[in-house]
Ligand binder design. Structure first.
Ligand SMILES: [Zn+2]
Length: 509
């Protein structure tokens, strides 16, 4: 029997229209039909310890919530009290006597949502729940926090060390409340749900008011199931990073410091998204910062606030594009210009022009290796002659995940693995390491990341080659001949030292 078949019975009992029934009457009539007791379950406190015997997945599937359990006798309420199939499945799965209580379907639904949502969070106020999420992001040094709506509810994912980790999800209503509150905190328009918005929020732990505040960039994106939010943690501590603290090999550090002191010219940092390019550039600026020097940046967006540096956010929506911003900031008589990213011909041209007219220009590009930056700039319409004159160097970088020290173990690599790494020795020569996974690293086997670099220096010979239009390959070979250590070689060094895994080396170099 289901609720559709039951309606005629209600009519026989004298209720012409069940929708007009009071919840109490509905419950009592239903309970009488089912042969059990009724309760409004208001108030009612969920016993989350029942999750051990009554998994939330089963609750969701049967649309039933457990109420009490006494002497192995479980009391449940179903959203549809006439759903005999669900009841039979529960009896089969739980293997213990089950008693049904009839309660208003809306109330059972509410309790079910609480029961199935993350931990006991459902009883914590939205503000506290949100605080827990932000706190976790700061504590785990996550770079991003994702809130993603789906048909069933909301998924929470943290990006830690470059990899997404999923966390217990929560209900639709809770998700909507969280999104609204986050938008409010980020000074966004709450009513606007069909257009994407960008904002920024400051967060300080409520437990420790003296702790430094954390800043998040908040971006909304409308999806078919509602607004998805991504919070990027803007790590202020990164601004304290000086070049000395980045993991440069000594020779690279020395060459880089010399290069940065050149009175004019172009310095480029390359790498994929999330490889730490911005942190490196900021560290360079921090190093160059001096009261006698004027530094101006054009960024999309401004990720960290740098003291003593004039930072201009790019805003395409109001016509403040990179080329236009560069044009205006050149009139501000800067010594050093940082262009967040060179991604179009106009920006490339302006950057080259600025470095030719006596400025130090620092920028980033999306290319695989350092030598590739030259081909990329030429593709974007840069002139080989100008480039040969102004280019000082290109730094390519990657971030490799480092092995969790708590569960690190050695193993002997097979020949196939060695071959794919380009190593021709016998397996006996090598011990590689990997993390087995433990509580300390949340079973990932990794903890933290380390940067590797390859520094391409524009020596006289290299400048000549650029002038002559030499190929990417030729430029790279020449640089290696002159002492450039390629990314792959640096990665293999970390691998052999037991700092990272073969998987990371293969993925990133
Ligand atoms: Zn571990």
């Amino acid at each position: 029997m289901n609720s559709k078949e039951i309606l005629p019975l209600f009519q026989e009992l004298g209720f012409a229209d069940t929708s007009s029934m009071k919840p109490q009457d509905f419950c009592q009539a239903t309970a009488a039909l089912v042969g059990t007791d009724a309760s409004l379950l208001d108030p009612f406190e969920i016993d989350f310890s029942l999750k051990k015997v009554f998994p939330p997945a089963l609750a969701a599937r049967c649309q039933a919530v457990p109420l009490t359990r006494e002497e192995h006798h479980l009391c449940v309420a179903l959203v549809d009290p006439f759903d005999g199939e669900a009841l039979a499945l529960l009896r089969f799965m739980l293997d213990e006597p089950i008693e049904q209580i009839v309660a208003p379907p809306e109330r059972v639904k509410e309790l079910l949502e609480c029961y199935c949502s993350s931990e006991s969070n459902s009883f914590t106020p939205v503000a506290d729940h949100l605080e827990q999420l932000l706190e976790h992001a700061v504590a785990t040094q996550a770079s991003d926090l994702h809130l993603e709506p789906s048909e069933q509810g909301w998924t929470i994912r943290y990006r830690i060390d470059g990899v997404l980790q999923e966390h217990p999800s929560f209900s639709k209503s809770r998700g909507l409340a969280m999104v609204s509150r986050l938008k409010l905190m980020a000074h966004l328009d709450i009513a606007e749900q069909r257009r994407s918005q960008d904002g920024r929020l400051e967060y300080r732990s409520r437990n420790d008011r003296n702790s430094p505040s954390s800043a998040f960039r908040v971006a909304t994106l409308p999806t078919q199931f509602g607004e998805s939010l991504v919070l990027r943690l803007l790590d202020r501590r990164a601004t304290c990073l000086d070049l000395e603290q980045l993991s440069f090999p000594p020779t690279v550090r020395k060459a880089l410091l010399e290069l940065l002191l050149e009175p004019y010219g172009l310095f480029i940092v390359t790498g994929p998204t999330g490889s730490g390019k911005t942190t490196t550039l900021y560290s360079c600026l921090q190093h160059l910062h001096h009261e006698t020097i004027k530094i101006v940046t054009a960024e999309d967006p401004v990720e960290y606030e740098l003291e003593g540096v004039l930072q201009i956010p790019i805003n395409e929506a109001i016509g403040l594009s990179f080329p236009r911003t560069l044009r205006s900031l050149l009139r501000h008589d800067p010594d050093i210009i940082m262009v967040g990213e060179t991604r179009d011909a106009a920006t490339a041209k302006m950057a080259l022009q600025a470095s030719l007219t006596g400025h130090r220009v620092l920028t980033t590009l999306h290319t695989g290796d350092a030598a590739g930056a030259i081909a990329r700039l030429l593709e974007m319409g840069g002139e080989a002659t100008t480039l040969a004159t102004v280019l000082r160097g290109v730094l390519a970088q990657r971030l490799l995940r480092t092995i969790c020290p708590a569960c690190r173990m050695a193993y002997q690599p097979g020949e196939k693995l060695l071959a794919s790494l380009g190593l021709s020795h016998t397996p006996n020569d090598f011990h590689f390491y990997r993390g087995e996974g433990c509580d300390a690293c949340q079973q990932t086997g990794y903890a933290g990341r380390q940067a590797i670099f390859e520094l391409f220096l524009a020596t006289d010979e290299i400048q000549n080659l650029i002038h002559q239009g030499a190929s990417h390959l030729l430029l790279r070979e020449k640089a290696i001949e002159q002492g450039m250590v390629p990314l792959r070689a640096e990665a293999l060094r970390l691998l052999c030292e037991g700092i990272t895994t073969a998987e990371e080396v293969l993925q990133w170099t």
